[in-house]
Every structure is written in C-alpha cells, then in structure tokens.
Design a protein around this ligand. Structure first.
Ligand SMILES: [Zn+2]
Length: 205
C-alpha cells in the first residue's frame, strides 16, 4: 500500500506512479533512496512542503468553491421559487384582467345601448316640442276665433234687443191703431140710420 506524502490518500496498487488524487510523482527516485547528497535531500523536502501547502490551499479553495456552489444553489432555488410564485400571481392577474375586460366590454355595450336610447328619446322630445308649439299656435287661433265669435254674439244680442224694442214700439202703435179703430166703429154705430155703404173690399161681389 502506498500513501501520498502530499494529500495523504492511499492506493492499494504498489506499482502506481502518480497519485490519482493530486497527481504527485510516487516513484521512488535516487534522492529518496538516501543516495543523494545532503543539499539535494533538502531541496526535495522543500519541494514536498511546498506541494503540501499548495494542496491544502487547493483544498481550502475547493471547500470555499463548494460553499459558494451551495449558496448559489440555494439562491437559485430561492429565485426559482420566487419565479414560480410570480408566475402564479401573473396567472391570477391575467384571469382578473380577462374578467375585467369582459365586464368592461359588457359595460361599453350597455353604454352604446343607452346612448342610442338617449338619441331616440331626444328625437321624440324634439318631435313632441314641435307638436306642442303647433298645438299652442292652434290654440291661439282658436282663442282669436272665440273672441271674434263673442263679438259677433254681442252684436247679435244688440240687434235682437234693438228689434225687441222696435217690436214693442210697433205693438204699442198697433194698440193705438186698434183703439182708434174701436173708437171709429163706435162712431159709425151712432150714424147707423144712414144707408149702409159697402166697403171697398166688398165691391167685387
Ligand atoms: Zn497525492
């Protein structure tokens, strides 16, 4: 079994040349066999120490990266859920909008009907006003006619009264004449001894 001096990962294969985790060269070289001179050993130790540091830094960076990745995922989920919520709200709003649009359309239709009715009513009102003014004109004419007739009636009454008084006068005169005739007849009876003469209307007989 071989353990990597840099990343400490183990491999069961003794013949493996490079670490499968960090890629460190695992083959034992002449230096590592203790045949190398002291400065070369020192150099090798420094190289290993540097590689370990680098590996730890890489590990810590990777952890940071994973943490960021996790945060990113959380954020993404959050955004996703917000997006779904927003989509749901959008659908609700769309439904509401379509309902309102439908109502608006209905209202506009009612409005058009009312306007048409209003126009019709206006036309009827104008016609009625025209008839009213015509009727008023006729009424004025009738009133004038009435006055004329009243005047004529008054004239007729005046004429009648005049005729009545003339009639009374005539009747009075007739009464006077009758009185005179009676008196004359009385006088004629006194002279009855005288021969009777025929009246002029009896001469034709
Ligand atoms: Zn390794």
């Amino acid at each position: 079994m071989v353990q990597c001096p840099v990343c400490q990962s183990k491999s069961l294969d003794n013949q493996v040349k490079f670490c499968t985790t960090c890629g460190w060269n695992l083959t034992p070289n002449s230096d590592q066999l203790g045949q190398a001179p002291e400065p070369s050993m020192q150099k090798e130790k420094l190289k290993l120490s540097w590689a370990k540091q680098m590996w730890q830094r890489f590990q810590s960076k990777q952890q940071e990266f994973q943490k960021l990745q996790q945060q990113r995922l959380t954020l993404l989920n959050h955004v996703q859920s917000q997006l779904e919520q927003a989509n749901l709200e959008k659908k609700i709003l769309e439904t509401q909008l379509s309902t309102i649009s439908f109502k608006l359309e209905k209202k506009e239709q009612q409005n058009r009907q009312l306007q048409s009715q209003l126009q019709q009513t206006n036309r009827e009102r104008q016609e009625f006003q025209l008839q009213l003014s015509l009727t008023q004109l006729q009424l004025q004419k009738e009133e004038q006619n009435n006055l004329k007739l009243q005047y004529q009636l008054q004239q007729t009454v005046n004429n009648y009264n005049q005729l009545q008084s003339e009639l009374e006068k005539n009747q009075e005169e007739i009464a006077n004449y009758e009185q005179a005739i009676t008196e004359l007849q009385a006088n004629s009876q006194i002279s009855e001894s005288r021969p009777q003469r025929k009246n002029y209307w009896q001469l034709s007989d």
